[in-house]
Design a protein around this ligand. Structure first.
Ligand code: FE2
Length: 188
């Protein structure tokens, strides 16, 4: 389920929660954050998701000036004793507030992840799922939570080889806002 939950940055009070894709795009657009949904399709055998979405990938690359595209995957593997630590380390990497010199653009082929955008005195948590594209403008304070059991496949777009280095702000705000697992937990 794709979700936008807007919260007060000061105390995480929920100001708006919606699962309506049009409403999500409308709320984000004034901040320069682009959200759109793509018609989903199965990847061809061999799992070539870039080929399956070639038209959309070309359009985004052209309009955003992205020269590099890749695919990132996280999938639980309970047969691998190293997996819990791999998952924890992967999750930790961008779980604190940071920003980048270039736009962070992701299309979710499968699974889910949550972008938290710190915009003025609010936090916009966007839970992205299969079919969702989110573009976070360069310089936007944000963090990303893949949850305690990361499972997703995403197409990533880059402008420069080294453009996507995280500049961490040192603000501990991420620890004061509900994480992905909590955001999706059923209300008590
Ligand atoms: Fe980031």
């Amino acid at each position: 389920m794709t979700v936008l939950q807007i919260m007060s940055a000061a105390d995480a009070q929920v100001l708006l929660r919606t699962t309506d894709a049009d409403a999500i795009a409308r709320e984000l657009a004034p901040h320069g954050v682009h959200f759109e949904r793509w018609e989903t399709r199965e990847a061809a055998p061999g799992d070539d998701v870039l080929a399956a979405y070639a038209g959309e990938v070309a359009r985004i690359s052209e309009t955003g000036g992205f020269r590099l595209v890749d695919v990132v995957r996280m999938r639980p593997d309970d047969t691998d004793p190293a997996w819990p630590e791999l998952a924890r380390a992967a999750r930790e990497k961008f779980l604190s507030e940071h920003r980048h010199d270039e736009d962070e653009v992701r299309f979710f082929v499968d699974g889910r992840g949550c972008f938290y955008l710190h915009l003025d005195d609010r936090v916009y948590a966007v839970v992205c799922e299969r079919g969702d594209l989110l573009s976070v403008p360069a310089g936007t304070r944000h963090w990303f939570d893949m949850g305690t059991r990361p499972e997703f496949c995403a197409i990533r777009f880059f402008q420069e080889e080294d453009g996507w280095v995280g500049d961490f702000t040192g603000d501990p705000i991420a620890s004061t806002i509900p994480y992905l697992d909590e955001l999706l937990a059923p209300a008590p």
